[in-house]
Design a protein around this ligand. Structure first.
Ligand code: ADP
Length: 492
């Protein structure tokens, strides 16, 4: 055990690290729609290296059943009360890469989509919260900390503290991680009362009411022992109305219990030295392979094969969150007045997809809009590009900028959330920094920052320094896991 942990534990009058149960809607590689799954999938492995027994509980989604049914062990089953309903709860156990994952089986709720959307999704995850709480005393595992993630599991602390008095659930410590505050799980109170039997005294602004709705995430913020989010900057931002989506009141009130821990990336998956998805491999001392990747990318995407032209890239969901309206506003100005290329890999809002298709036809051979989701191509885009654009309106953490840096593509970002915390801007006087950044959500400010970055393109020394520092930055999960371990110990 690390000396630091031993000392922290000593202050708490104990010597063992806490056991942790992570609750979430998804977990990579079993079921994944976003970054949440990566965190839930990777964190327990890194925690295990620190000596923490962290296990996971998620729904037994159809996609998991299809692939892993032969590897699970049926532990037990029972019926939970979901209002007037009696709902089957089957608990299957799966051990993957040394991590124990409990799967909550119920065909009615998890027989198709991971997220059904709207009210049906509320019922899916009200059931899941209830099932987790009823399962806890029956498990072959005694967690002290229950780590909830996003609104889908945010009712667990409230239910534990208001409906399980005298049970072991009441004495657990609860951490809530907010991955994206834009999604809160808002429903009519009658609906929540019918499903979970919540007492109407909790339907007030001090507890779970927000804008006339029962808000699962708000309940989580009120009843959890600690709250965290996925970057220190985002933890500050969500105390302001611009970012908080209505939760600024409770988050300010609880700011002493609110912190931010940046996510990491899987350094084995994203490693230009060993990446089998690339036509050539490289590291910061030997960048020839990167030039080969650029040539391959240009050739495959119908761009002019030119090593001398700077290639900008984006790999992204095409939504307003990601700053697409800024890109749409100035792309013509940039493409017309500069010798540059632009490669987009993304899907999302139709208006942005169509705009980018139009831009591709205007700048044939210089701009490529690949509309679609393509994991393999994404590696080539990170490796083959020179600059990586990420002008997000808000960004709780952001993984793409970290991946880009690992592949030596210099990020140009807006200073928000995790982008601010991971991309130290270039300082031409001290020759420090790993990328470029701008403060305001403003298309011309972004364009000027792109031009500033371009002004260094022919300065090989500056570019080489930037690439070298960016590739050296450590965004592994080990650092995040240590922060989480500290947080768990503090909570005891
Ligand atoms: P978010 O989770 O908000 O979409 P992140 O930057 O945290 O943004 O993570 C996005 C991840 O999804 C990155 O690993 C990125 O490479 C990947 N990704 C996004 N769009 C695509 C796409 N069209 N094709 C392949 N990978 C994509």
């Amino acid at each position: 055990m690390k000396k630091e942990f031993r000392e922290m534990l000593k202050e708490k009058g104990r010597s063992e690290l806490p056991a942790v149960l992570l609750c979430a809607a998804e977990c990579a590689p079993l079921a994944k729609t976003g970054g949440l799954a990566d965190v839930v999938g990777t964190l327990p492995k890194s925690l295990a290296r620190l000596g923490i027994d962290a296990r996971v509980i998620i729904p037994y989604h159809r996609v998991i059943k299809n692939k892993y049914a032969g590897q699970t062990e049926h532990m037990f089953h029972f019926y939970s009360n979901l209002g007037w309903r009696k709902a089957y709860v089957g608990i299957e156990k799966l051990v993957l890469d040394g991590v124990v994952i409990y799967l909550v089986d119920n065909e009615q709720y998890f027989g198709d989509k991971i997220y059904r959307g709207g009210y049906p999704e509320g019922e899916q995850y009200a059931y899941f919260c209830r099932a987790v709480l009823d399962t806890l005393p029956l498990l072959d595992f005694r967690p002290e900390v229950v780590h909830c993630n996003d609104w889908h599991t945010a009712m667990i602390p409230m239910l534990a503290k208001t409906q399980y008095q005298g049970g072991m659930q009441e004495n657990l410590r609860f951490l809530l991680t907010i991955h994206n505050i834009a999604f809160q799980g808002k429903f009519g109170f009658d609906y929540v009362q019918d499903l979970l039997g919540v007492d109407s005294k909790y339907y007030t602004w001090e507890f779970m009411e927000l804008n006339g709705c029962a808000d699962f995430l708000k309940a989580g913020c009120v009843f959890s022992d600690r709250i965290n989010t996925v970057s220190p900057s985002y933890a500050n931002e969500i105390k302001t109305p611009y970012y908080a989506e209505g939760l600024e009141g409770i988050l300010n009130a609880r700011s002493e219990q609110l912190s931010g821990i940046i996510n990491g990336i899987d350094k084995d998956v994203f490693n230009p030295r060993t990446d089998g998805l690339l036509p050539a491999r490289y590291d910061r001392g030997h960048l020839n392979g990167k030039a080969a990747c650029k040539a391959e990318l240009q050739q495959r995407m119908g761009l002019e094969v030119r090593p001398d032209v700077p290639l900008f890239a984006m790999v992204t969901r095409m939504t307003e969150q990601k700053g697409f309206d800024l890109v749409a506003h100035v792309i013509d100005d940039l493409m017309t007045n500069n010798d540059m290329q632009f490669m987009l890999l993304g899907t999302g809002d139709e208006r942005f997809e169509n705009f980018m298709r139009g831009a591709e036809s205007r700048y044939k051979g210089r701009l490529c809009a690949y509309i679609g989701y393509n994991e393999e191509l994404s590696h080539l885009v990170y490796a083959g590009s020179d600059f990586y654009l990420m002008p997000s309106r808000f960004e709780p953490c952001g993984l793409s900028q970290m991946i880009a840096m690992r592949y030596g593509s210099i990020p140009i970002v807006r200073e928000t959330g995790g982008l601010r915390d991971t991309v130290a801007p270039y300082n031409e006087y001290t020759d420090e920094g790993v990328g470029f950044s701008f403060a305001n959500y403003d298309a011309w400010e972004m364009r000027n920052t792109v031009l500033y970055a371009l002004s260094f393109w022919n300065n090989k020394e500056v570019m080489h320094g930037l690439i070298s520092r960016a590739m050296q930055a450590d965004f592994g999960f080990e650092l995040s896991a240590q922060e989480y371990a500290r947080l768990y110990i503090w909570m005891l």
